[in-house]
Design a binder for this molecule. Sequence first.
Ligand SMILES: Cc1cc2nc3c(=O)[nH]c(=O)nc-3n(C[C@H](O)[C@H](O)[C@H](O)COP(=O)(O)OP(=O)(O)OC[C@H]3O[C@@H](n4cnc5c(N)ncnc54)[C@H](O)[C@@H]3O)c2cc1C
Length: 297
Amino acid sequence: MSFLIEHNVPSRKLTSLGAGGDIFTHVKISHPNDFKELHFLSKKDNIRLFALGNGTNLLLPDENSSYFLISTAISMPCTFEKNKHQYLVTVACSLPLPVFLAELASKGLKGFEGLAGIPGTVGGAIAMNAGSYGVEIGTKLAQIELWSLKNGLEIIKAKDFRTAYRSFEFDGSDDFWLAFQASFLFTEIDTKENIKKNMQHYKSLKQATQPVKARSAGCIFKNPPQQTAGKLLDEAGMKNISRGNFTFSDLHANFLVNTAKENEISVAADALELIALAKEKVFNKFNINLETEVCIL
Ligand SMILES: Cc1cc2nc3c(=O)[nH]c(=O)nc-3n(C[C@H](O)[C@H](O)[C@H](O)COP(=O)(O)OP(=O)(O)OC[C@H]3O[C@@H](n4cnc5c(N)ncnc54)[C@H](O)[C@@H]3O)c2cc1C
């Protein structure tokens, strides 16, 4: 078995938001053959599996009842295959999204510039169908290779998955699954310089409007149809409202930021209380039920 198992990892080290006081077992899968061990693990009493990318969209609890967090760490180079006017790009899902975007820019492949500035892994971005400035990662996804508790190793092709705003589903995706490799199809090209310039443009827009340097999980709530959650939260008076170490940002009201000093424990219950308060305030003022975007374990 070439599992990499780390016990006693404090939850605050596993996510960008840094909430939670408890410890977790973190398992890294470095070869597709290792997945069968996961099956045995899942059969052990009281162990539940949860897929972890870079934890940039995740709120972990104060008490870990039974979860093992599972990531992939399969190293493989990004490959590019040209077929007439199409380019098939295959990447490891553990690759950080910013590194993937830099690879695309270096090959002059156009289409994902709006995703610049989104942290996390390619796998996490697929699971969330991450997007910004009108671009969603799922739109160019041709297939993913994954392991699921239900079917073991499988390849899911574009015709067999469904993407929507911050949602990615296929038959069996409601149970544990972990993507380890993905292929994307690109049809448009541009110069490296133009692509890099556009990526920088979108990054600068984010830096000007979002607390990108603070500890956060990105947007806490999804935007309701024809509305932006940030504006609703701002108008409901949530900017600068705090509980414990968590505050809704003054710069962007949909960002919950953790202001703790290093090694200080930030209680997930405080973050949950603020999230519940924000939902209540928005509902009372606008009769709109905000849905969380952040994954809450
Ligand atoms: C400053 C900041 C800005 C952000 N801006 C944006 C933005 O503009 N747009 C946007 O969409 N998001 C944004 N996010 C949120 C976040 O970065 C994205 O959702 C990101 O794609 C999550 O990737 P991750 O690897 O960190 O996933 P994690 O947070 O680790 O996990 C998120 C979900 O994906 C699942 N998952 C992770 N990896 C895998 C895998 N390999 N296989 C199966 N499931 C997996 C997890 O189980 C979980 O349900 C932002 C976050 C921050 C901190």
